[in-house]
Design a protein around this ligand. Structure first.
Ligand SMILES: *Cc1c(COP(=O)(O)O)cnc(C)c1O
Length: 219
């Protein structure tokens, strides 16, 4: 199936309250342009270097989301244009994003990435760290970022129950924060688990392979 068919089929099957971030990492400009031409505007990358190569060559009204771990020293490279940083996983990083946003005289949207998977390797804040950071945000410590919500990745497993439980944990935290301030975005779900994520309350899915096909990493 073609990328266009994949994309249109996916869009048809997403209900209107669920936003799609097309994960374009490893895929070329031509493929991104193909689904841009079908109306897609939110694209997500996980590496700063790749984002910096692609962004200048593509339409300026793309909303770029960063979904991979962001090193502090790279914040300033993306601060002028990044729409949303979904992968905020430390207080230090959030502070820097706020500072760089101020230097660029703009506000940067952020999501706190929370560790919900049992796997050791995943980046993200522990639930308690997320709560502390949220309270500091509420107290006005990061004035140039706009906290839009939370992001999480579930364990890579075939067991639906495990995935659903992890997503439900993040939804509960989202609801807790939402009772104190207005949050728009709960980013959960990728190709393998987005339907479970939506069932558990996700309203932003990050999907790559289902649209673009399998990724081929350089050797
Ligand atoms: C790569 C990636 C995705 C998309 O994965 P697919 O399985 O290709 O849909 C989603 N979220 C994050 C954080 C990723 O790094």
């Amino acid at each position: 199936m073609s990328i266009e068919t994949n994309y249109l089929h996916l869009k048809e099957n997403l209900s209107s309250h669920v936003t799609l971030a097309a994960v374009s990492k490893t895929h070329g400009l031509d493929k991104i342009q193909q689904i841009y031409d079908l109306g897609q505007r939110i694209f997500a990358e996980n590496k700063v270097q790749e984002l910096l190569e692609k962004q200048p060559q593509l339409p300026k009204d793309i909303e770029w989301h960063l979904i991979g771990h962001l090193q502090s020293n790279k914040v300033k490279q993306i601060a002028s244009f990044i729409h949303t940083i979904q992968s905020v996983d430390s207080e230090k990083l959030l502070r820097l994003i706020s500072q760089e946003a101020q230097k660029n005289e703009r506000e940067i949207n952020v999501l706190l990435q929370v560790k919900i998977a049992s796997e050791e390797s995943k980046f993200g804040l522990e639930i308690n760290e997320a709560k502390i950071l949220f309270q500091k945000y509420q107290a006005g410590e990061f004035p140039h970022v706009k906290l839009q919500g939370l992001m999480g990745m579930a364990t890579l497993t075939d067991e639906r129950e495990i995935i659903a439980k992890e997503f439900a944990t993040l939804k509960a935290l989202f609801d807790e924060f939402s009772s104190q301030t207005e949050l728009s975005t709960l980013s959960m779900g990728m190709t393998s688990d987005y339907q479970i994520a939506i069932d558990e309350g996700s309203n932003l899915v990050r999907i790559g392979s289902l649209i673009f096909g399998n990724r081929q990493y350089p050797l």
